[in-house]
Design a protein around this ligand. Sequence first.
Ligand code: RIB
Length: 337
Amino acid sequence: MVTIYDVARHAGVSAATVSRVLNGHAKVDPALAERVTSSVAELGYRRNAVARNLRKSRTSLWAVIISDVENPFFTSMVRGVEDIALAAGYSVVLCNSDENPEKESNYIVAALTEQMAGVIISPSSNRVDDVKLLLDSGCPVVVIDRELHGLRTDTVLVDNERGAEQATAHLIDQGYRRIACIGGPRWLSTATHRYDGYRRALGTAGLSLEPSLVRFADFRERGGYDAMASLLDDGAEPDALFAANNLMTVGAMECLVQRDLAVPTDIAVVGFDTIPWADLIRPTLTTVSQPAYEVGRQAAQLLARRITKPDADATNVLLPTELQVRASSTRRISTGE
Ligand code: RIB
């Protein structure tokens, strides 16, 4: 049987684009629409109406679409979802977008075609069309961790800007003055808000923002390592670092170890995310802890409620972070500089 994925491959588009063309969405490039319709004809694709009718009622499955399955933040968040979902009689299907919008699109279409009962998504881009496909089909969606503008959905976010501001202000209070920032991809709200918090703290303290002390990476370990190496090789001479997520903090610290730079003596470090081993390493690591499990738990509660009350007003939850000060950012012994 010809599937939507066969049509997508044949036409050289994503499954989400095929779905949009078949559902008559206006916002599809005419050339792409033409390719899709000719592939449909050439392959003899027929929507499986019988199967669809058999599946009129939704399944008891929730799709949880996360951005990076190798990041402990997301697995802890999914655990929070699962504990509520199972209690509410639903099973969880974990989908890893790998920060790849095309991969994310395919998972959204899978949730659509498999008539999932609901979707919780940490978006890998700012694209709203695919999520809109779900909402237009009557599938409840809760957006977590990163923001998506222009959609009326329940959301569970964390106060990223405040967390980053507290981290940077703490380093300033400890006497550091050349504070570097390794941020995430600037198209993601968690990256921009954390960068905004870093900038706000510098401004409040009357310190100027120095572009030579800022790098943007990919929220992954290698990206953190390369950004730290670039800061050191380009002569930025930071005396402290704020790294905007767990994996980039690990990468940056690997670079410092390889360069024989001592923390905090040579460079103080503050990371972002709850890092379970932060108390086990020496020096212990200062972090901005975010409540990943609670993000998942509250998102699941909102989704369960949305399924039973589709027309309820949208709820936007903003959870606080917590600065956990440890030895990696302790006071710099003032030498009068
Ligand atoms: O490490 C996970 C955290 O960093 C999440 O907030 C995710 O969005 C990334 O920004």
